[in-house]
Write a protein that binds this ligand. Structure first.
Ligand SMILES: [Zn+2]
Length: 365
């Protein structure tokens, strides 16, 4: 089978390693086996899969599925989160910074593997894309901007290799977020200026509607939503209203559709949460709706969020591991998307954003 190039705009790799105690170098299958043995034998892995479900990915699965580029998160967990998330949490900006620096150090460690590259420049990107042997490039994304202690520290995070910043998760010191509406704060307005100046891509996923539109006015660079679905199908503030989708398209941005059943089908959990109830065709409905609003297929991609708090039992029917992202092509084809449109959605749109936003040559340390 001819594998298409795939870019996945949202995976919490460091969180899975550092908080869930997972080994990225194992296959998803091996991680599942390891965790089920641990549960049986009462071995104390740091956190067992009740928090994350059955693993969807590991490096071998990504390589096998030709998922060449992943936007990998630096995610610090706020102490006041409503989900009782495992691991250490922060209450102060300095604690958030320390947690995010640990994620950064983890990615530096991963990049010691010759198959893995930290992509900080266009030159890095093109090298990863052109490689003949299987490769994985990581573009670092800070999810929730609290680790940026002062807005002017944005430049030093850029110098550390981070290329996208999402100001919100829940509400942060910078902006209203999921389940916590509100505009940008005074600090948030300053952050938009410093993020623009440093050269970041703005990730609007998790931003409240008020902070989203304010941010688009103030931020001057490329705008994306790394992992968000269409609110018309799943009406919560976690997803994008039609106005937000149009606004991202007008900025020539891209939206990553999340392949999490509860984000694809309204009431899925309440209806008994059967994996079989959500085929990839439902994800294609989100994609198609966004394409219809944008007027073309240039503003949608994949932001799977695999291993972002859910596992294979909560992913669409056809998905066993991340390698099955290849099957999104078949689902799109069944819905009459053409070959070029499919490539746009699986990789070309994210490539366009990265080529526009990344500095030409590697300057980051
Ligand atoms: Zn998220």
């Amino acid at each position: 089978m001819n594998l298409r190039l795939i870019i996945d705009a949202h995976e919490d790799l460091a969180y899975n390693a550092l908080v869930m105690g997972r080994d990225f170098h194992l296959t998803a299958q091996a991680t599942r086996a390891r965790e089920s043995h641990a549960a049986r034998d009462h071995v104390a892995l740091r956190e067992l899969p009740q928090h994350g479900g059955l693993a969807l990915l590991g490096l071998p699965d990504l390589l096998r599925g030709n998922v060449r580029v992943v936007f990998a998160t630096l995610y610090a967990t706020p102490a006041n989160n409503p989900y009782n998330l495992p691991g250490r949490t922060y209450t102060t900006p300095e604690q958030a910074e320390a947690l995010a620096r640990e994620h950064l150090a983890y990615y530096a460690l991963l990049a010691a593997d010759p198959r893995i590259t930290l992509i900080t420049s266009r030159a890095d990107l093109e090298r990863v894309i052109a490689a003949r042997e299987p490769k994985l490039g990581l573009v670092l994304l800070m999810e929730g901007a609290d680790p940026i202690v002062r807005p002017e520290d944005a430049a030093s995070w850029f110098a550390s290799g981070v290329r996208l910043v999402g100001p919100s998760w829940g509400a942060t010191r910078y902006a209203g977020g999921t389940g916590a509406p509100g505009p940008l704060t005074e600090l948030g307005r300053a952050l938009m200026r410093d993020l623009s100046r440093a050269g970041f891509i703005l990730d609007t996923s998790h931003m409240s509607e008020a902070s989203f539109f304010e941010a688009l006015d103030l931020f001057e660079g490329p705008v994306v939503a790394s992992h968000s679905n269409a609110r018309v199908f799943v009406p919560t503030d976690r997803h994008l209203s039609d106005d937000m989708i149009r606004a991202i398209a007008v900025r020539d941005g891209v939206i990553g559709v999340v392949l999490y059943n509860a984000f694809l089908k309204q009431g899925w959990r309440e209806a008994g949460a059967r994996k079989d109830d959500v085929p990839l065709a439902i994800a294609v409905e989100h994609i198609k709706h966004m394409c219809d609003l944008a007027g073309d297929t240039r503003h949608v991609g994949i932001g799977s969020d695999f291993d972002g708090g859910f596992g294979v039992e909560s992913a669409p029917r056809e998905i066993d591991t991340v390698a099955d992202l290849q099957k999104v092509a078949e689902a799109l084809s069944a819905a009459k998307f053409g070959d070029e449109d499919i490539d746009n959605i699986l990789s070309e749109n994210w490539l366009r954003i990265l080529r526009k936003a990344l500095p030409a040559d590697g300057a980051a340390q």
